[in-house]
Ligand binder design. Structure first.
Ligand SMILES: Nc1ncnc2c1ncn2[C@@H]1O[C@H](COP(=O)(O)OP(=O)(O)OP(=O)(O)O)[C@@H](O)[C@H]1O
Ligand SMILES: [Mg+2]
Length: 221
């Protein structure tokens, strides 16, 4: 049985004057330990799909199962708890909080999850060490390079020891060399922790280095 399974997912955004249909009856399965790349043209619904898979948003119809958790049957509190404990997210724009240091940013999911403050900080320090950023732990986000900010975001995504790692164009704002380095780090963390990962990318070289590539296109939608 696949670790992640999404069946017949459909999503239409209805907050605008004209409804925007984005996903219609999407099926996706990701095996435990697999690193899946999702590619496709801008606006096709890659970010939307990733948000649904990680429980950041809900589909209009369809079901999502992660391990033995059925996201579709969870209420909002359960979904938030599931996300905090089991899903690590990395976004194109790092979304680090500017008034907190790198270490505090990494510790944040622990604080939100109500682990003890000092324990979360300690774990954050060891993740920053693992990602080669120990010398940057007291820096604020605006004192870090783009590649360093993304590495901090990866550390933050790993804080709660998630099972599922989701990254939305994690190297979208980085030069080629830095992108390759950040990707190498993600791959290393993925393998070491036995994660199941879904990476949205516009970079074909990085997509090819994942275990499998899923191309979203107009016909599928
Ligand atoms: N919150 C929202 N409200 C209304 N429409 C939205 C919302 N988020 C996305 N959309 C629309 O849904 C479609 C899919 O957006 P999405 O961000 O998933 O695409 P994407 O494949 O990630 O694109 P990109 O490669 O540019 O990031 C787009 O047409 C977008 O305008
Ligand atoms: Mg997107």
């Amino acid at each position: 049985m696949a670790f992640l399974e999404a069946k017949a997912l459909s999503k239409t955004y209805r907050n605008a004057e004209v409804p925007v249909p984005v996903l219609s009856s999407i099926h996706i399965e990701v095996e435990k330990g697999e690193m899946l790349a999702i590619v496709g043209p801008s606006g096709i619904g890659k970010s939307t799909l990733l948000h649904l898979l990680g429980g950041l948003d809900r589909p209009d119809s369809g079901r999502i199962r992660v391990g033995d958790a059925d996201l579709s049957s969870m209420n909002n509190d359960e979904l938030a708890r599931f996300r905090n404990r089991n899903v690590g997210f990395v976004f194109q724009f790092h979304h680090l909080l500017p008034e907190f240091t790198a270490q505090e940013n990494v510790a944040m999911p622990g604080w939100i999850g109500r682990s003890e403050k000092s324990a979360a900080l300690k774990r954050a320090a060891s993740l920053l060490l693992e990602l080669g950023l120990e010398a940057r732990s007291r820096h604020f986000p605006n004192q870090l390079s783009g590649g360093e900010q993304q590495r901090v975001a990866i550390a933050r995504a790993l804080l709660t020891d998630p099972l599922l790692f989701l990254a939305d164009e994690p190297t979208g704002n980085l030069d080629l060399e830095t992108s390759a380095k950040v990707f190498d780090l993600m791959r290393e963390c993925h393998t070491k922790r036995g994660l199941t990962s879904v990476i949205v990318t516009h970079n074909p070289e990085l997509a090819a280095r994942c275990d499998r590539v899923l191309a979203m296109n107009r016909q599928q939608n």
